[in-house]
Design a protein around this ligand. Structure first.
Ligand code: HPA
Length: 240
């Protein structure tokens, strides 16, 4: 069996999949954090790998950027490969001036300007939320490791370059912590399929202060996040 976008065989994916946006980051992350790594997808260069972490199977796959892209892959992973848990490990633009580059954001829920969830629910507003137990385990692990972590809502936007000049102000005023481009769709899909998802974002931009990671810093931000996620979800009982 394969799907239109994934050529892996049944059983090639672990129950837990970490999803960075960039497929090359998926490769780097798998090689850094996992043993016995093998590549299980290369369709459209959306690389996916499966290996083991302390003997437990784990997969890592790129999601691409934006909600249509992550939805294609998450849908096929949940529906066709029996994946139980997806953790998005991405970057975000922080909306609060007191947030630091490199700190983490755990997304409890995600608002959005995308129409995807409205189509799913006949035009109704919908509140996509992450898996509480996974988020709790991730928070506990981060605090235990003395990693600077913010827990709260994100806004998943279709626009990296938003045409509305008041966009950032409006969203900030609602108490939303950060912007990404995927979580609202991932959380809705996980719930629809009866599976679990959580998003862990590294702050790569602090929008009110005009601070931005360089491309190299964006790439480097992920090593410790993978260790944190795997420790929280495979070692600690609560998130497992
Ligand atoms: N906007 C949307 N998504 C992002 C950003 C941003 O500023 N930074 C990282 N992901």
């Amino acid at each position: 069996m394969s799907t239109p976008h994934i050529e892996a065989a049944p059983g090639d994916f672990a129950e837990l999949v970490l999803m960075p946006g960039d497929p090359l980051r998926a490769k780097a992350l798998a090689e850094r954090a996992l043993d016995d790594v093998r590549q299980v997808n290369a369709v459209r260069n959306m690389l996916a790998f499966t290996g083991t972490w302390r003997g437990r199977p784990v997969s890592v796959m790129g999601s691409g950027m934006g909600m249509p892209s992550i939805s294609i892959y998450a849908n096929e992973l949940f529906a066709d490969y029996d994946v139980q848990r997806i953790v998005r490990v991405g970057t975000c633009g922080a909306l609060r001036a007191d947030m630091e580059l490199g700190s983490l954001v755990l997304a409890t829920a995600a608002s959005t300007d995308s129409a995807m969830n409205r189509q799913r629910l006949a035009g109704w507003d919908y509140a996509p939320a992450g898996d509480f137990a996974m988020l709790q385990a991730l928070e506990a692990r981060a605090r235990g490791a003395e990693v600077l972590v913010h827990v709260g809502e994100v806004f998943s936007t279709d626009y990296f370059y938003h045409p509305d000049p008041d966009f950032v102000d409006r969203v900030s005023r609602q108490g939303i912590l950060a912007l990404d481009m995927e979580t609202a769709a991932l959380y809705a899909l996980a719930r629809f399929h009866g599976r679990r998802a959580a998003t862990v974002l590294t702050v790569s931009d602090v929008l009110p202060r005009g601070l931005h990671f360089s491309p190299a810093e964006r790439q480097a931000a992920f090593g410790t996040v993978a260790d944190l996620v795997l420790g929280a979800l495979l070692e600690d009982v609560d998130g497992a």
